[in-house]
Design a protein around this ligand. Structure first.
Ligand code: GDP
Ligand code: MG
Length: 596
């Protein structure tokens, strides 16, 4: 097909604004599937996606469309659009020349609309505003248009549609052809293809979704990965129509899937460049970086004997998830486990769920922490995520923590409460603007650590569910941080240590101690709970001893009953977690680890 008849585009939208429904209509309209094969949310239901869950982040469908007597090839590249995967979304967008910005006319512009729009603009995409759900009585087209305009985009020509009722969708196809430019290529160049996504397939090995920018890839070509110089033979090339279809060649400007006997996904990371081994490109495509985890937590098996099973589970997940990191770690209270690194809280929760569901593991996840940079008095800089690795105060010159830029969109009546919340999270305001008379966009800079624990829930509850938010990594800044240690009868309990801001240490200490008091069962001895910062006790509590006579009942009685009791106790012990001299149940322990 002639290059000038190719269009590569993406649909970007806030969740639930109708991206999948519109994608279905486009697939249907272009006759890519017949009525019988058409079921709802084709893109979401593609076999690969179902098998790999969230780890397949991008997918592409090739459609053919006859317009004005000319046949066009339309490549629709789909991305998830969650804040944890900003880098991947940005890379998928960079594989396109244009994007449809879908906004729900009953909701208006939301945080993800803004975030995705900015990513698309950064990648120089042609943006076509599409206003969806105009069939609904609460649709407010004019307001939605003006909200889009307030983001700096011309919305006068926005396409009005109902993806669900198939109204206006022909106009969407027409706009893709008319307004999105064809790929620009330089025919003289050797192969340069962008890795949009890669994933592990049990049958085929590592699979790469690529966009060819220059040159072409043919079956049996010997390719080379730019950053690590590794070479592979191309074994198959295919496109999804959305049924998989094998092809011989992927030309400049096109998108497709490569299988090349690659064993390890870490060798083909998102954003890297594929070139030809025999005639390599001189420079890589711009913007490749290896993304590092932002959030860390310990994962431990509840039953210490399941350590190897946990290790196997993590290794299997890692096969298909290059951003997941883990290394062995030992905790006094939890035994052997792993320190794991994640891109964000969603990534962490998905990993936890998969370990439980797919591998049947019973696990404990410790309080998540960010990655701190510690500048020591000897001038060296170390990175730590575990409070126990923090050097003694006299060796620390400064501690830096990651900051994020947060965009919140909220109805204006809640501005006060939202600003209060952001202030409480140690944030500072960067911008506040009105999208329309009663909705505004607030931009704050705040420490990532303050937003990973229950920020979202609180935001939702103070705005009755109406606010949306998005965050983006900003950089490291120094903060007045200290290590808070929790002691039970003078013994420090490592899994409760935390790095906290100096001004928040006292309140945090009170909260942790109150929780311990609630969940640690009374013992035969008195339990003293203390929180310490820099050698000073900043808060304390005590749990009174049980009266001795409570146990008296257990003495005496016949021998078999006693043995039964002993056996029961032994069984119970396995599930108990040791907090110094105090043993508590797994359930209580989990409650204690829940973020405060
Ligand atoms: P996505 O999260 O952006 O992929 O959104 P979906 O395509 O899954 O749509 C979210 C919900 O909105 C679904 O229940 C759709 O049926 C519904 N929806 C999508 N488009 C329309 C529309 O044009 N009109 C109405 N009334 N509902 C729609
Ligand atoms: Mg969807």
């Amino acid at each position: 097909i002639d290059i000038k008849n190719i269009r590569n585009f993406s649909i970007i939208a806030h969740i639930d604004h109708g991206k999948s429904t519109l994608a279905d209509r486009l697939i249907e309209k272009t006759g890519s599937l017949d009525k019988r094969q058409m079921k709802d949310q084709v893109l979401d239901n593609l076999e690969v996606e179902r098998r790999h869950g969230i780890t397949v982040k991008a997918q592409a469908v090739r459609m053919e469309y006859l317009y004005d007597g000319v046949l066009y090839e339309l490549n629709m590249i789909d991305t998830p659009g969650h804040a944890d995967f900003t880098y991947e979304v940005s890379k998928s967008l960079s594989a396109c020349e244009g994007a449809l910005l879908v906004v729900d006319a009953t909701q208006g512009v939301e945080a993800q609309t803004v975030a995705n729009l900015y990513l698309a603009l950064e990648n120089n995409l042609e943006i076509i505003p599409v206003i969806n759900k105009i069939d609904l009585p609460t649709a407010d087209i004019e307001k939605t248009k003006s909200e889009i305009e307030n983001l700096g985009l011309d919305a006068s020509g926005a396409i009005l549609i109902s993806a669900k009722n198939d109204i206006g969708t022909d106009k969407v196809l027409e706009a893709i052809i008319k307004y999105i430019p064809p790929p620009k290529i330089n025919n003289e160049e050797t192969l340069k293809a962008l890795i949009i996504d890669s994933w592990y397939d049990n049958y085929k090995g590592v699979v790469c979704l690529v966009r060819v920018f220059e040159g072409e890839i043919k079956i049996h070509d010997r390719i080379m990965i730019f950053s690590n110089k590794k070479e592979y033979n191309v074994e198959s090339i295919s496109v999804l129509t959305p049924k998989p279809k094998e092809i011989e060649t992927l030309h400049a400007g096109e998108v497709g899937i490569l299988i090349s006997n690659i064993k390890n996904i870490d060798d083909v990371l998102v954003g890297d460049t594929i070139t030809l081994a025999s005639n390599p490109a001189k420079a890589a495509l711009k913007g490749f970086k290896k993304i590092k985890p932002f959030v860390y937590a310990g994962i431990y098996p509840t039953d210490t004997e399941k350590y190897d099973d946990l290790k196997e589970g993590l290794e299997k997940l890692k096969l298909n998830d290059s951003s997941l990191e883990f290394e062995p770690e030992k905790s006094d209270s939890l035994g052997f486990g792993f320190r794991c690194g994640f891109l964000g809280m969603l990534h962490m929760n998905i990993t936890k769920e998969r370990l439980e569901e797919e591998f049947g593991l019973d696990i404990v996840v410790t309080n998540p922490s960010v990655l701190y940079k510690v500048e020591k008095t000897d001038g060296s800089i170390i990175e730590i995520s575990n409070p126990k690795d923090l050097p003694e105060p006299q060796f620390i010159r400064s501690i830096l923590e990651p900051y994020v830029s947060i965009d919140v969109i909220t109805p204006s009546e809640y501005i006060g409460s939202v600003l209060n919340l952001l202030q409480e999270k140690r944030g500072y305001q960067k911008n506040l603007s009105y999208l329309s008379a009663n909705r505004c966009l607030i931009t704050y800079s705040a420490p990532l650590s303050e937003t990973i624990t229950n920020f979202y829930d609180t935001l939702k509850s103070i705005t009755r569910g109406y606010a949306s938010f998005n965050y983006e990594f900003e950089g490291y800044k120094p903060s007045d941080l200290v290590k808070m240690i929790i002691l039970i009868n003078n013994e420090p309990i490592d899994s409760f240590s935390q790095i906290v801001h100096k001004d928040k240490a006292y309140a945090q200490a009170r909260e942790v101690l109150a929780k311990l008091k609630e969940f640690v069962p009374r013992q035969l001895f008195e339990i003293r709970l203390q929180a310490k910062v820099g050698g000073k006790i900043i808060a304390k509590e005590e749990i009174k001893a049980l009266r001795k006579d409570v146990l008296a009942k257990c003495y005496g009685g016949d021998i078999t009953r006693k043995r039964k009791l002993l056996e029961k106790q032994k069984e119970g012990k396995k599930k108990l977690k040791q907090l110094g001299k105090v043993a508590i149940s797994k359930e209580a322990f989990m409650k204690l680890l829940e973020p405060t």
